[in-house]
Write a protein that binds this ligand. Structure first.
Ligand SMILES: [Cu+2]
Length: 164
C-alpha cells in the first residue's frame, strides 16, 4: 500500500516536472483579432473565441508588442464599465468561451509600437489543466480597426488601476 502511494507521488512529481516544458494547448481558437491603435496609444484589446476539449484555464498571455499583457474582465458597476485583470478564465470542456469587446478580453498595455490594421501580432496564450499541467498556444493574430456593432466606445470604459 505504501509503495503504491509512493509510486503515485513519484508519478505526480514526474508529471509536474514535465509540465515545465509547456506543450502546445489543444484548444480551438476562432475569430481572433487585435484592435488597431494610433501612434501614442498605450493599450488595446485582443479578442477571440476559445473552445477546449477538456477543462482548461486561461491563466496568461504574452506578446512581443506589449510590455504588459493580461486577461481582463469587464463589468458594469453603476453606470460605468470597469475592467480589471483576472488570474484565470475557466474554459469548460467543449464550451465556446468568447473574448469580445464589452466582456472578457486580452489587454495589451505598454505597447512598444502602434498596431496598424492589416498587420499581424503574435500572441502566446498560457493555459493549465485541472492537474496543473501547463500549455502554451502561440497565435498570429490579425490587427483590425474593429468598428463592429456592439462595440463599447473606449470613452465608456475605465481601467481599474491601470491608467498610466
Ligand atoms: Cu482591459
Amino acid at each position: 500500500m505504501s509503495s503504491l502511494v509512493f509510486r503515485a507521488a513519484a508519478a505526480a512529481l514526474l508529471c509536474c516536472g514535465l509540465g515545465a516544458f509547456a506543450q502546445e494547448a489543444p484548444v480551438e481558437v476562432s475569430g481572433a483579432w487585435v484592435r488597431a491603435t494610433v501612434p501614442g496609444q498605450g493599450g488595446t484589446g485582443a479578442y477571440m473565441t476559445l473552445q477546449a476539449p477538456q477543462d482548461l484555464q486561461l491563466v496568461g498571455v504574452s506578446t512581443p508588442v506589449a510590455g504588459v499583457a493580461e486577461v481582463h474582465e469587464m463589468k458594469l458597476e453603476g453606470n460605468t464599465m470597469h475592467m480589471s485583470a483576472i488570474p484565470a478564465l475557466a474554459l469548460p470542456a467543449h464550451q465556446r468561451v468568447a473574448l469580445a469587446p464589452g466582456g472578457y478580453h486580452l489587454m495589451l498595455m505598454d505597447l512598444k509600437q502602434a498596431l496598424a490594421a492589416g498587420s499581424t501580432v503574435a500572441l502566446t496564450l498560457r493555459l493549465t489543466d485541472a492537474k496543473g499541467a501547463q500549455f502554451t498556444r502561440t497565435l498570429q493574430v490579425p490587427v483590425r480597426t474593429g468598428a463592429s456593432a456592439g462595440t463599447t466606445p473606449p470613452g465608456a470604459m475605465q481601467h481599474a488601476g491601470s491608467h498610466r
